[in-house]
Design a protein around this ligand. Structure first.
Ligand code: HEM
Length: 394
């Protein structure tokens, strides 16, 4: 195994010392394996896609599905616990929020506030922890989503709240305990209180204000904001430092920083890093009616665990030069009706960080990772710190 992949392995094992090796072992046993107490585990990309597209038999609502976790916290209608016509209608209403142009502007403004001085500090010889910088960016985006003022304290509060709620989830438990539910509702309530005010003010500079303009009810708007905060914070905070670490370790970072946003090279390296790291490593579905996954029969009430990480890793180790397997492409963002609604925002935030680091490469300096610590016992595997320096500026 290459050094780059070994270091990625360490990130995964620190987060899930038992589940990660077990999930990889299940993948070696076959594409579809029934694991008692866990569910029917799918480790093959083509079969995973079949399940995700077949909403007649597989649902995000029902026993063992995400609705068990999130409905008590977010309410019954927040996209990730909906199906059918209501789900499609809400997604259509939200589509206007995440046009590529709208999110580019959102991430650009945030980048100026959070990351604007990053390259200058590195070039001046400062050692920078990229994890802290990305947390600041993620916190600023939450502020914008919820209408909180993006002061330093506001940004810290927003990021801390999202992290606390996601941190309550444990892979081995299908739902939150009543105490966890009330804590999560209290923390989320503090964030969405601002969102309610922003919605009622209808200010188009805020996401809730724009939702009011799109004709969403206040309840729908607040539910969507909660869903964005919960799904979109840790994933980005996990991925961006891992992208930099992985490309650094594999010798691709310089080329990545020299490639412009939207160029084929940047897109390819970022996608290959997403395929290798898979920030959202599993997807859950509840079986609605008797069906087969590959050759395996499943019955109503069974739980299907799509091991997205295993599906994507079947494409081999990190290699941006290798051809892309069409069965795997974008599976890291899901497939079918629940495909990540905010993919453009996620990619715009990644671009914002790469654009903020690009002047280091333009000045002829090399970005080097000088110290890293992995995060232990977290839901989404991540670095706890990733310290960078710029070497050899002209
Ligand atoms: C690298 C970052 C991200 C990755 C890898 C990722 C991955 C995913 C995946 C795999 C799903 C589908 C889950 C399923 O079908 O069960 C999903 C759904 C979703 N994601 Fe993302 N996501 C990322 C960032 C974001 C961001 C930044 C936001 C918003 C701020 C976001 C919001 C959502 C929402 C709302 C859904 C649910 C859509 C629905 O059910 O219709 N995600 N994401």
């Amino acid at each position: 195994m290459s050094t780059a992949m070994r270091r990625e392995e360490r990130v995964q094992r620190a987060a899930h010392p038992f589940v990660y090796p077990a999930m990889r072992a299940v993948a070696r046993r076959g594409p579809v394996v029934r694991v008692p107490g866990i569910g029917v585990v799918v480790s093959d990309a083509a079969l995973a896609r079949e399940v995700l597209l077949d909403t007649e038999h597989f649902s995000k609502v029902g026993p063992g599905a995400p609705s068990d976790l999130w409905t008590p916290v977010l309410g019954p209608a927040v996209l990730l616990n909906m199906e059918g016509a209501d789900h499609a209608a809400l997604r259509r209403s939200l589509a206007g929020l995440f046009t590529p142009r709208a999110v580019r502007e959102l991430a650009r403004v945030e980048a100026d506030a959070a990351l604007g001085t990053l390259a200058a500090r590195l070039l001046a010889g400062e050692r920078v922890d990229l994890v802290r910088e990305v947390e600041h960016l993620a916190g600023t985006v939450i502020c914008r989503m919820t209408g909180l003022p993006p002061t330093d304290a506001g940004v810290r509060e927003a990021f801390g709240a999202a992290r606390e709620i996601v941190g309550l989830v444990r892979l081995h438990r299908r739902s939150l305990t009543p105490r966890q539910v009330s804590r999560a509702r209290e923390v989320l309530g503090r964030l969405t209180r601002h969102a309610g005010e922003a919605y009622r003010a209808g200010d188009p500079a805020t996401v809730p204000g724009r939702m009011a303009g799109l004709g969403l009810s206040e309840r729908e708007a607040l539910g969507a904001v909660g869903a964005f905060v919960l799904t979109g914070t840790e994933t980005i905070q996990s991925f961006t430092p891992r992208l930099v670490a992985l490309t650094h370790d594999a010798g691709w970072l310089e080329q990545l920083l020299q490639a412009e946003a939207g160029s084929a090279l940047r897109t390819r390296v970022v996608e290959e890093s997403l395929r290798t790291t898979v920030p959202s490593p599993a997807m859950l579905r509840s079986v609605r009616a008797e069906a087969r996954v590959g050759g395996t029969p499943v019955a109503a009430g069974d739980r299907v665990v799509i091991a997205t990480l295993s599906c994507c890793r079947a494409g081999g180790p990190f290699d941006p030069g290798a051809p892309v397997d069409p069965a795997i492409r974008h599976l890291w963002f899901g497939a079918g009706p629940h495909f990540c609604l905010c993919m453009p925002l996620a990619l715009a935030q990644v671009d914002a960080v790469l654009d903020a680091l690009a002047p280091v490469a333009a000045a002829g300096a090399r970005l080097r990772v000088v110290r890293r610590r992995v995060a232990r016992g977290v839901l989404i595997p991540a670095y706890r710190s990733l310290e960078l320096v710029a070497e050899g500026a002209r």
